[in-house]
Design a protein around this ligand. Structure first.
Ligand code: GRG
Length: 303
């Protein structure tokens, strides 16, 4: 009974912490995004439409949790968390376009090109990406310039052709083709994992080398687990719960962990990745509780 109560209290603590960070990232993004009444109004309005008021903010939460663990300055954490969420928002806008995944629904509302138009959606993605680097390169963020350049380099690598954009290219080329598990893993490591890993590493920027090595392993496992769960949810969840079109992967004949391994094995893999992520945090003891809880949130999520 005592244990159950303390587990419940800890879950409540986590949800309260996550809600406070979700509010915080919303406020930071609200501030860095250009006002909708500033010219060019349509572009600015579409940028705000795409980046504000939606999403689980998993990348920001990972960034804040790693920052708390590694005692990274909170202004640096705000900049890093908003930068990764801006890159993520850009990727979703472009991914939904007819030339890519062609999806009409995102975060429970019409995707950007549906609400506006294709040209605007293209520019929204471009501008959100630039804004991410503008935020992270802002003067006075830190006096440790080597650190700031390192953060910019990290985000650039994670989002470019050696990261997210490269993974997307592999994904588009893989439609209708069988992939081995290793090929599927590489694709997801780039497409989704790289930005998730960058979110953790940017938050951990003030950590010691040993801390950074440990959170890098954690982030790699969590990043892959995120994608395995995404594949499972694509099969098991419905469109209204997901806020995006369910069953899309099967309909587009895309290789996924579920098509490759089957549902039961995919679930086992997610559990194994969760276990590995938790094991990577052992050196931190209790101080890594938020990262542990986030790994649980990511692998047990239903949307
Ligand atoms: C267009 C360069 C470019 C890349 C697109 C990330 C990506 C690459 C496409 C998104 C397609 C997709 C559904 C990928 C699966 C994993 C994923 C990123 C899901 C969406 O992320 P969540 O669940 O979204 O964190 P929210 O809305 O909660 O922020």
């Amino acid at each position: 009974m005592l244990n159950q109560k303390s587990t419940e209290t800890s879950a409540q603590d986590f949800y309260a912490w996550a809600a406070s960070k979700q509010t915080r990232i919303e406020q930071v993004l609200e501030k860095v995004l250009p006002c909708a009444n500033l010219a060019p109004e349509k572009l600015h309005s579409a940028m705000r439409y795409s980046a504000l008021g939606g999403g689980k903010r998993v990348r920001a939460l990972l960034c804040y949790a790693a920052a708390e663990l590694c005692k990274t300055d909170f202004l640096i954490a705000d900049a890093a968390a908003s930068a990764v969420e801006l890159i993520h928002a850009y990727s979703l806008v472009h991914d939904d376009m007819p030339c890519m995944d062609d999806d009409d629904l995102r975060r429970g509302k019409p995707s950007c090109h549906k609400q506006y138009d294709d040209a605007t959606a293209l520019l929204v993605g471009d501008a959100l990406q630039s804004l991410a680097f503008e935020v992270l390169s802002q003067p006075n963020l830190t006096t440790i310039f080597v650190q700031q350049v390192g953060m910019l380099h990290l985000l650039a690598q994670a989002s470019g052709s050696a990261g997210m954009a490269g993974g997307q290219a592999i994904d588009l080329a893989a439609v209708g083709k069988p992939l081995t598990q290793a090929e599927l893993e590489t694709m997801h490591q780039l497409k989704t994992g790289a930005l998730i890993q960058a979110s953790v590493l940017l938050g951990a920027i003030s950590g010691t080398e040993a801390q950074i090595t440990a959170v890098r392993t954690y982030a790699a496992k969590v990043g892959l687990a995120f994608q395995v769960i995404d594949d499972i949810l694509d099969v098991e969840a419905d469109t209204s719960t997901l806020g995006k079109t369910a069953g899309k992967d099967a309909d587009s004949n895309k290789p996924t962990y579920v098509t490759l391994l089957g549902l039961a094995q995919a679930k086992l893999l997610a559990q194994q990745l969760y276990n590995d992520a938790i094991a990577a945090l052992i050196p931190f003891g209790a101080s890594a509780e938020r990262l542990r809880e986030l790994a649980g949130f990511i692998t047990q999520r239903s949307f």
